[in-house]
Design a protein around this ligand. Structure first.
Ligand SMILES: Cc1cc2nc3c(=O)[nH]c(=O)nc-3n(C[C@H](O)[C@H](O)[C@H](O)COP(=O)(O)O)c2cc1C
Length: 254
C-alpha cells in the first residue's frame, strides 16, 4: 500500500458548497476503490492524506493533480510500502477547519498556513530539480548522488565590480535582479535549469545533448543586454560600455 500527503490551494472563487461536494464525491469514489484518508479544508488551503493500493493512489492523484478547483499542489510526503492504514474507517473524512476556533485547533490552523507558504517559498527559491524531488514527497537528503554528463553554463555581468563602484546600491540591486530574472527566463525557455546565483553570476545546466540550446540561451542573453545597454540613458554607466557587438572587449569607459 501507499500513503500520500499533499497540500494545495483552492481556486479563489471556490464556494463552500463545492468543497462539501468534493468531500461527498471523494467518500463515495474512494469506498469503491479501497482508498481511505482525510481531507482538511482551512481558509482556502486543502490538506489531504490518501492511503490505499499503490496503483489506485497513483491513478487518483493523477486526477486530483488535473482538477482545476485547486492549484499549487505540493506533495509533502509519499510513504511506500505501507502495511497499516492510519484512517481505516474513513473513505474520505472531510473536515472543514473554518468551523472550529477552539484553542487546540488554532496551532493546527497556523501549521497548515505555514506549510502552504513555506512550500511556495521553497518552490520559488530552490533549484527546480530539487524542488521536483520535494514535490514528489521524497526527502532530497535521502537521494544518492549520481554521476551525470551536463553542459554547464556560467554567465555574469561584464565589469560588475566597476558598476558597484559607480552606481548607487539600489541601482546595483535592480541591475542584478533584472539580470538574474532575464537569464533565468531565457535559460528555462531553452530547457536549461538555473543551479544557483553567485553574486552577479548565473550558473546553469543543460542536458549533455542540449549544447545548441545552451548556445542559443547564451546568445539571447547577450542580445537582450546589448539592447538594454543601447536603451540606457546617455550618462548611465551601462551606456558607457563600449561592447557594441557580442564579442568585443569587456571594459568600461569612465
Ligand atoms: C482537494 C481535492 C481533493 C479530492 N479528493 C478526491 C478523493 O479523495 N477521491 C476522489 O475520487 N476524488 C477526489 N477529488 C476529485 C477528483 O479530482 C475528481 O474530480 C473526481 O475523482 C471525479 O473524477 P471522475 O469524474 O473521473 O470520476 C478531489 C478534488 C480536490 C480538488
Amino acid at each position: 500500500m501507499k500513503r500520500l500527503t499533499y497540500i494545495s490551494q483552492a481556486t479563489p472563487e471556490l464556494s463552500m458548497s463545492v468543497v462539501q461536494h468534493i468531500g461527498e464525491i471523494s467518500a463515495r469514489n474512494n469506498q469503491q476503490c479501497g482508498i481511505t484518508g482525510v481531507l482538511l479544508f482551512l481558509d482556502g488551503v486543502f490538506f489531504q492524506i490518501l492511503e490505499g493500493e499503490t496503483q489506485q493512489i497513483e491513478q487518483l492523484y493523477e486526477k486530483i493533480l488535473s482538477d482545476e478547483r485547486h492549484t499549487n499542489i505540493i506533495c509533502l510526503k509519499t510513504e511506500y510500502p505501507v502495511t497499516e492504514r492510519m484512517f481505516p474507517d474513513w473513505a474520505m473524512k472531510m473536515i472543514d477547519f473554518n468551523q472550529y476556533d477552539d484553542i487546540v485547533i488554532r496551532p493546527v490552523k497556523s501549521l497548515l498556513h505555514t506549510l502552504s507558504e513555506s512550500h511556495q517559498i521553497i518552490e520559488k527559491y530552490t533549484q527546480p530539480a530539487i524542488a521536483k524531488i520535494i514535490t514528489q514527497g521524497i526527502n532530497p537528503l535521502t537521494v544518492q548522488p549520481r554521476l551525470v554528463e551536463k553542459v554547464i553554463m556560467f554567465s555574469d555581468i561584464v565589469a560588475f565590480s566597476t558598476f558597484t563602484e559607480i552606481l548607487p546600491v539600489k541601482e546595483v540591486v535592480e541591475l542584478v535582479n533584472h539580470y538574474c530574472t532575464t537569464c533565468t527566463r531565457i535559460i528555462s525557455a531553452q530547457g536549461g535549469e538555473v543551479i544557483k546565483f553567485i553574486g552577479d553570476c548565473v550558473m546553469a545546466s543543460f542536458d549533455a545533448t542540449q549544447t545548441d540550446a545552451a548556445l542559443h540561451a547564451a546568445i539571447e542573453i547577450l542580445q537582450q543586454f546589448k539592447q538594454m545597454r543601447q536603451h540606457a540613458p546617455p550618462n548611465h554607466p551601462l551606456s558607457l560600455l563600449y561592447r557594441t557587438d557580442l564579442t568585443s572587449s569587456n571594459s568600461v569607459k569612465k
